[in-house]
Design a protein around this ligand. Structure first.
Ligand code: FA5
Length: 338
């Protein structure tokens, strides 16, 4: 009886010696030690061994099983470590090679400047409102005191969608939407894209504006001047001079163009300021009482100021850029500089 066990032992040792691979060793593990393996079957058949031979038979079976189990374990770990050795040699990693560079994008310069401007105004207590880019003729023109056929409409070359709808030509319609929604006091900035049929070195058909306005019982031109001074000194530096020139917008009365001392030549005269020492930066004024009337506010009670500026224009002056079209060309050599 025990002779058969020794022959199994010899055969198993022989097979382990000749295995040649980790996979073959794992296969032998199943063959000898698995649920239906050789030794498991032998243990199950112990009952059929005569009683007086059983203890000795069982002891030898156990010894051989443990011996083969240990042998398989040793071989398995040897194959595993030589496999690891092979992998390390064939797939070695050179930790001195510099990592591959993944370029990280950043915000467009006009977005950066817009965010900076919004931060300045929110720190002064202004809330941010947005309007739609497709606007009705009423909000874009009529409610801003530009009735149909009014010559002031020609100041903004308009993309008409149909007789009643336009691509908004400025952010001023947001004034009306906000007045219809809230009662004063109002302190609002409204950034957004606007469209005009315009194209040259300083004009593009789609550009960004920021509208700002404040409405309450006693708002005056000096409030406008104070707010714009804080804003422009923050963006262009505290030494920047500011001047108001009389102008005309149908929705403000009085109206003004606001200039700053040229940031390029500091006022001594250059191409950017056309040798005047000043550059125009925004349009502004006191909200026309007729606009209040149309929006449903009492013009005898409320006063307010409004201003509108071009974000591209401010970005150009801030960074000394001389062609506005660069903002839309997506040339990485240009964009990477900011
Ligand atoms: C307006 O659009 C008025 N709504 C501004 C305003 C608001 C006045 C509230 C009074 C009260 P204007 O047409 O000047 O004004 O445009 C304002 C700014 O937009 C300009 O100073 C300029 O910086 C910019 N801008 C105008 N047209 C273009 C264009 N085609 N491309 C790029 N920027 C432009």
């Amino acid at each position: 009886m025990t002779r058969e066990l020794y022959s199994i032992k010899n055969h198993a040792e022989d097979e382990v010696k000749k295995a040649g691979s980790l996979q073959a060793i794992q296969h032998l593990k199943v063959k000898y030690l698995g649920k239906k393996g050789v030794f498991t079957e032998k243990i199950k058949s112990l009952k059929s061994i005569p009683q007086e031979e059983r203890p000795e038979y069982g002891r030898i079976l156990n010894e051989i099983k443990n011996h083969i189990e240990a042998l398989l374990k040793t071989e398995e770990s040897q194959y595993k470590s030589s496999e690891m050795e092979r992998v390390l040699q064939t797939q070695s990693i050179d930790v001195t090679i510099p990592g591959s560079y993944v370029p990280i994008g950043h915000l467009h310069p006009t977005t950066k400047v817009l965010n900076e401007i919004i931060d300045i105004f929110t720190s002064l207590g202004f809330q941010v409102e947005e309007g739609a880019e497709i606007e009705s003729d009423y909000y874009n023109f009529e409610a801003l005191n530009m009735p149909k056929d009014h010559p002031a409409r020609d100041m903004q070359d308009t993309f008409y969608i149909n007789d009643d709808l336009v691509l908004r030509t400025h952010t001023s319609p947001v004034q009306i939407h906000v007045m219809e929604k809230y009662t004063p006091p109002l302190r609002v900035v409204a950034p957004g894209k606007v469209y005009r049929c315009d194209a040259d070195v300083s004009h593009i058909p789609m550009f960004q504006q920021l509208e700002g306005f404040m409405v309450d019982d006693h708002i005056s031109m000096s409030d406008l001047k104070g707010v714009l001074e804080v804003f422009l000194h923050n963006v262009f530096g505290p030494m920047t001079s500011i001047r108001f020139r009389p102008s005309f917008f149908p929705f403000t009365e009085p109206s003004a163009e606001v200039d700053i001392s040229c940031v390029i030549c500091k006022g001594s005269g250059c191409n950017v300021c056309k040798n005047t020492g000043w550059v125009e930066i925004l349009g502004a004024g006191m909200i026309n009482p007729r606009v209040f009337e149309l929006a449903g506010y009492d013009p005898d009670r409320y006063t307010g100021f409004a201003f509108g500026l071009g974000i591209e224009r401010i970005t150009m002056l801030k960074y000394g850029i001389n062609d506005i079209r660069l903002f839309l060309e997506n040339d990485k050599r240009f964009l990477e500089q900011f």
